[in-house]
Structures are given as structure tokens and as C-alpha cells.
Design a protein around this ligand. Structure first.
Ligand code: HEM
Length: 184
């Protein structure tokens, strides 16, 4: 099995992790909606713990993924896109991968600075290693909001690019990310 990406294609690991991350992100958003609609405080806490676990999984997978992205070749683009578009789309993809490492850290840091443990199902929790400090929490929250907004904008552009390639340019960019072997 091809373990790393090369100039000719993504490895099956990259493809699998790409969609696992997309699914985890979706599950985190869905759990946020469920927290908002919870019928009791206990249920809210349960959903919160599941959300924290999803965030932890996202973080751990993303450490590998970011490392793999910056240490292996990005396969050649499908078709003949303009080089500026290639540079932008690749920079956005790398930034999305990095954001999935940094944003979970910011959530943990913000809670730590507020003295709140990140609780996990089964009575486990992630230790709060930072001092309780209002100013620190404020700074982390501002950085999180900037990072999360940039991430959402980048993700919108990324999905727009995928949709454009698939429906408008009718090439195999999306199919390749779904595991199809594409001859370049
Ligand atoms: C509906 C959601 C998504 C679609 C349709 C989509 C589509 C794609 C496509 C088609 C590629 C291949 C681009 C190429 O050939 O160079 C790609 C690559 C990539 N995408 Fe997405 N994507 C989605 C969600 C995400 C999310 C949520 C993230 C990260 C948070 C992400 C990060 C990346 C990265 C880092 C790459 C480069 C390959 C890798 O290292 O995984 N994508 N995506």
C-alpha cells in the first residue's frame, strides 16, 4: 500500500484521514446544535463530553495529517489549472490542516485559563495545565475567534474549489480525493 503522497497521487491514508476529519468536524458542529437543544443540564454535559472527545480525536489525527502534508509531495493537479490557483488552493489546504491542530489547542487553553476541565466520557478529563487568568483567557478567545473565522472562510473556498472542479470543470479532482485512481 502507498503510505505517503507522491507527485502522482494521494495515499489511501491521506484520503481516509481527509474524510475522517471532515466527518469529525461535522459531528462537532452537530453536537454543538444538540448542546443548544439539550433538555437538561446533565444532558448538556453528556453532549459536551462527547464533543470534547471528538475534538481530541480531531486534534490527534490532525497532528499526523499536518506533518504528513508538509513532509510529502502534493500530487500534481488534475487538468491544467493556472499556477496561481494551484498555489492558493494548496496554501488553503495546508492552512486548514494546521487550523485543525491549533484550534483544539485554543479551546483547551481557553477552558484551562478559565479553570474549567475538558471533561471526557467515562469520567476522564484533560488536565488544565495553564494558570487561571482572565487576561490570558481573553487573549486566547480573541485568537480563537480570528482563527475560526479564517478557517471557515478557507473551508468555504476549499469546498467551492472542489464543487467548481467537479460540476463546472468536470474533472477528476474530487473523485481522486474519494479514492479514484487518476492517470496524470
Ligand atoms: C465537503 C467537504 C470537503 C470537500 C468536498 C473537500 C475536497 C477536497 C479535494 C477535492 C481535495 C483534493 C485537492 C487536490 O487534488 O489537490 C482536498 C484536499 C484537501 N483537503 Fe479537503 N475537502 C473537504 C473538507 C476538508 C476539510 C474539513 C479539511 C480540513 C479541515 C480539508 C483539508 C484538505 C487538505 C489538507 C487537503 C490536501 C490533502 C490532504 O493532505 O489531506 N478538506 N479536499
Amino acid at each position: 500500500m502507498q503510505l505517503r503522497d507522491n507527485g502522482l497521487g494521494f495515499s489511501p491514508i491521506t484520503v481516509a484521514l481527509h474524510w475522517i476529519v471532515a466527518f469529525l468536524l461535522l459531528a462537532i458542529f452537530a453536537s454543538q446544535v444538540m448542546i443548544g437543544h439539550a433538555s437538561s443540564e446533565a444532558q448538556q454535559m453528556d453532549f459536551g463530553q462527547v464533543q470534547n472527545l471528538l475534538g481530541l480525536m480531531l486534534f490527534l489525527v490532525s497532528i499526523y495529517r499536518f506533518w504528513a502534508r508538509i513532509t510529502s509531495y502534493h500530487p500534481l493537479p488534475v487538468g491544467t489549472p493556472n499556477p496561481i490557483e494551484v498555489i492558493i488552493s494548496r496554501s488553503v489546504a495546508v492552512s486548514l490542516a494546521l487550523a485543525m491542530v491549533l484550534l483544539p489547542i485554543a479551546v483547551w487553553a481557553s477552558r484551562s485559563a478559565a479553570g474549567i476541565e475538558v471533561g471526557l466520557p467515562g469520567g476522564l478529563s484533560i488536565p488544565t495545565l495553564l494558570p487561571v487568568n482572565d487576561t490570558l483567557k481573553h487573549v486566547v478567545d480573541v485568537l480563537f475567534n480570528i482563527g475560526a473565522s479564517a478557517f471557515l472562510a478557507g473551508l468555504a473556498l476549499h469546498i467551492f474549489g472542489a464543487v467548481k472542479n467537479h460540476f463546472l470543470l468536470k474533472n477528476n479532482t474530487l473523485k481522486r480525493m474519494l479514492g479514484k485512481h487518476v492517470e496524470l
